[in-house]
Design a protein. Structure first.
Length: 429
């Protein structure tokens, strides 16, 4: 079977023979001699071969172009990041599957696809249009912290990256858009901000170091004591930041092990700018990841001087109350007895072991509801005092007439747990 090129050559030869038969022999001879027919046929054959080669090259280039287009079209569709091709004013020309998961499928019979503009907030739409209008060919731009509302009513915080394609590709301007979801990162930064605010609101010195002794976390109290800013402190060696007078807070990796950390220890530390050292309670514990590997060491320091002062004053006041010859009882805000003195035990016959953790209402007769603890605490919250003659029940069942004086007391070390101090004076004394 002849190939197409041979068929064309045979057809040309037949046409040439037909023309020659119509011409006379003398005319044909003169024409052939004038035209140099062998050379002309050779040139036509060479030109024909050149056309065949070019045709094969064009066919191969077209096939490769189709394959490349199909490959990149598949890659565009399967990209996990939402990617779109836009015209001016945010009109979508083409988008991939990931963008349709956010914006929804394109609507049919729609002249302009404005799903991206409709998903953006009212404040972000002008930002996108302004950036697209200012981009030069092959220019790049980015918009951060955009609010995108999906077709499923979910709201995302995204960053938008744009690149303007070369003008040779299309008559109109085209832009390649990539959307990056920053919702999880924004939530993490917000949580990190709350965590830092919680640490900074504490009056205790708190910091943490990595296994190499570099500072990786510090609250504002610690930074104020050292007189440094957070940006310059993080990442530096703790030994470089602490003064020699506070060297007790430095973790000696060779001498201390996490399993041997005490619950707390007292150290004398003199901070920069202070004339006298402070007695602080130091507690150190290891920081572990989910695989139980140690990734750092945390330290908290609390100034115990003021607490010791308050505790001493409270102990002195409690000792004075317990030594009074009058009957004294102390209860909490729930009306549960916490302590009584020896005079109370002698007058009522109830011991502290029998009353501890019991309601104060047990020593008042039930027919006197004005002495009930809810009514007493209601008045104490408004006036801080309550008093009046009341009968008190003894352990033998007899009633003891007393003048009850109640004072609300709030401890400086435990301001959230007020106490009520009851003093009973006999009316027949």
């Amino acid at each position: 079977m002849l190939n197409p090129s041979q068929n064309r050559l045979t057809s040309l030869r037949e046409q040439a023979q037909l023309v020659m038969s119509r011409m006379g022999s003398s005319a044909a001879q003169q024409t052939f001699e004038a035209l140099a027919l062998p050379r002309l046929i050779e040139e036509l054959r060479i030109y024909h071969e050149e056309l065949e080669i070019q045709n094969e090259e064009l066919s191969l280039a077209h096939t490769k172009s189709d394959e490349a287009r199909a490959r990149y079209q598949l890659l565009f569709s399967l990209m996990p990041i939402p990617t779109l091709l836009l015209e001016g004013f945010g009109v979508i020309v083409e988008d991939n599957d990931a963008s349709q998961d956010w914006l929804g499928p394109p609507r049919r019979y729609q002249h302009h696809d404005l799903r991206l503009n409709q998903a953006l907030s009212r404040e972000d739409r002008p930002r996108l249009n302004r950036m697209l209008s200012l981009l030069e060919p092959l220019g790049k731009g980015a918009l951060s912290n955009l609010t995108l509302s999906g077709f499923d009513q979910s709201e995302r915080r995204v960053d938008l990256h744009a690149a303007r394609l070369p003008q040779d590709f299309h008559q109109e301007s085209r832009f390649l858009i990539v959307l990056l979801d920053r919702t999880v990162e924004k939530a993490r930064l917000s949580e990190h901000g709350v965590f830092n605010a919680l640490l900074d609101s504490s009056e205790d010195v708190t910091f943490a170091t990595d296994p190499y002794g570099r500072l990786m976390l510090a609250n504002q109290t610690f930074l104020n004591r050292l007189g440094v800013v957070r940006e310059r402190a993080l990442g530096r060696k703790l030994a470089e930041l602490l003064p020699p007078s506070a060297s007790a807070l430095y973790l000696n990796q060779g001498e201390e092990r996490p399993s041997e950390y005490p619950d707390s220890r007292f150290e004398s530390v003199q901070w920069p700018g202070e004339t006298t050292p402070s007695q602080v309670a130091v507690r150190r514990f290891p920081i572990r990841n989910r695989r139980n590997e140690i990734i750092g060491h945390a330290t908290t320091c609390r100034d115990t001087a003021q607490e010791h002062t308050h505790a001493g004053v409270e102990d002195l006041a409690c000792a004075a109350l317990m030594a009074l010859p009058l009957a004294v009882a102390i209860c909490n805000e729930q009306g549960l007895l916490e302590s009584v003195n020896t005079a109370f035990e002698a007058q009522t016959g109830f011991s502290m072991a029998a009353l501890a953790g019991r309601s104060m209402d047990r020593i008042f007769p039930p027919e006197h509801p004005e002495s009930a603890m809810p009514a007493v605490w209601t008045q104490l919250r408004g006036q801080s005092r309550w008093q009046g003659p009341r009968p008190l029940r003894r352990s033998d069942g007899q009633l003891w007439a007393v003048q009850a004086n109640v004072q609300r007391f709030t401890s400086p070390t435990r301001p959230a747990s007020p106490r009520a101090v009851w003093v009973f004076c006999p009316l027949n004394a």
